[in-house]
Design a protein around this ligand. Structure first.
Ligand SMILES: C=C1C[C@]23C[C@@]1(O)CC[C@H]2[C@@]12CC[C@H](O)[C@@](C)(C(=O)O1)[C@H]2[C@@H]3C(=O)O
Ligand code: AKG
Ligand code: FE2
Length: 330
């Protein structure tokens, strides 16, 4: 496990992440070490990589094949699964407020009924597609919940399922996204630094990203400083979302990230599971992290309220600020 040592001579956060790399959490290590390291990574960067995660290679490769098969279809076929409103197939348009990127994607709700209905316009073998996607969702949901339980342990919260139960709830609003960034070699002449997916934080609780071996993902550790994250198809990258920042009363930060498509020889394909609470769930800082020294930073809000605010804004807008107590009393 490569976690920045507290005695490391490099103190600057940007220099540290550049020289040591993003924290790597080996889930096969001793549980107490793992939970402490995850909490540290969430506090410092809101981002880390997990290895020895236990998700079967077979489940991952079947899901990747379904993605390949879909994006390899002719455009007119793919458009039958769209437009993304917000769910479905989308190309270049992201959200409803004028964001664009060099990306095409499938955005799906993780509810099995929803997957089964959507699969008819996505795949020539909808039953196979549904089975593969449902197996992947089950595996990544379990891993997300395991990480959330480790986080609760690392924070010494008595209820270990305080975060994971929001995602395990049958009404969870979790979604899954497959992004496909065509190779940018054909665009080299006009601009070799194209935005695949513009800078943003994710609104949800905790998200798991897995990609093929094509780079492009970057995180921002300081305003304006972008750190490239090398792709690793065998690992999952985990990022803290806005809802977990609010639940932890700002102790964890939701990491800003983006994707560039510059100079890639092949297409990047990523699959992201967004662990999300039910619409009716109330998000407010957990009591254990509210103290006289650190009073509540966010007013309570429902996921429904937050989702509506998200979709009314653009990718790069700071939506969590709207729910901050400081902002309201100013
Ligand atoms: C421009 C937008 C797309 C987005 C909804 C939003 O209005 C602002 C946040 C965007 C984002 C980023 C993370 C996820 O990919 C996503 C599904 C989400 O929940 O918030 C997207 C939204 C989207 O693409 O629909
Ligand atoms: O496709 C990627 O690698 C990341 C995209 C992303 O951040 C998102 O879909 O929210
Ligand atoms: Fe994202």
């Amino acid at each position: 496990m490569v976690v920045p040592s507290p005695n490391h001579p490099i103190h600057n956060q940007k220099e540290r992440i550049k020289s040591i790399g993003v924290p790597v959490i080996d889930l096969s290590n001793k549980r107490s070490i793992v939970s402490d390291s995850i909490v540290k990574a969430c506090e410092e960067y809101g981002f880390f990589k997990v290895i020895n995660h236990g998700v079967s290679k077979d489940i991952i490769s079947k899901m990747e094949n379904e993605g390949h098969d879909f994006f390899a279809k002719p455009s007119l076929e793919k458009l039958k699964a769209g437009p993304a409103t917000p769910l479905g197939y989308g190309i270049k348009n992201i959200g409803f407020n004028g964001d664009f990127g060099e990306v095409e994607y499938l955005l799906l709700h993780t509810n099995p009924l929803s997957i089964s209905q959507r699969s008819k316009s996505i795949s020539n073998d909808p039953i196979k597609f549904s089975n593969v996607v449902n197996d992947y969702i089950e595996a990544v949901r379990d891993l997300t919940c395991e990480i959330l339980e480790l986080i609760a342990e690392g924070l010494w919260v008595p209820d270990k399922s305080i975060f994971s139960k929001l995602i395990r709830d049958v009404d969870s609003d979790s979604i899954i996204r497959i992004n496909h960034y065509p190779s940018s070699l054909q665009h080299m002449s006009d601009n070799n630094n194209r935005i695949g997916f513009g800078a943003h934080t994710d609104p949800q609780i905790l998200n798991l990203l897995r990609s093929n071996d094509v780079d492009g993902f970057q995180i921002s550790v300081e305003d304006g400083v972008w750190v490239p994250v090398p792709s690793d198809p065998a690992a999952f990258y985990v990022n803290v979302g806005d809802a977990l920042q609010a639940l932890t009363n700002g102790r964890f930060s939701s990491v800003k990230h983006r994707v560039l498509t510059n100079s890639n020889k092949s297409a990047r394909m990523s699959m992201i599971y967004f662990g999300t609470p039910p619409l009716h769930a109330c998000i407010s800082p957990i009591p254990e992290l509210v103290t006289p020294q650190k009073p509540s930073q966010y007013r309570p809000f429902t996921w429904d309220e937050y989702k509506k605010a998200t979709y009314a804004l653009r990718l790069s807008d700071h939506r969590l600020n709207l729910f901050s107590v400081q902002q309201q009393s100013e």
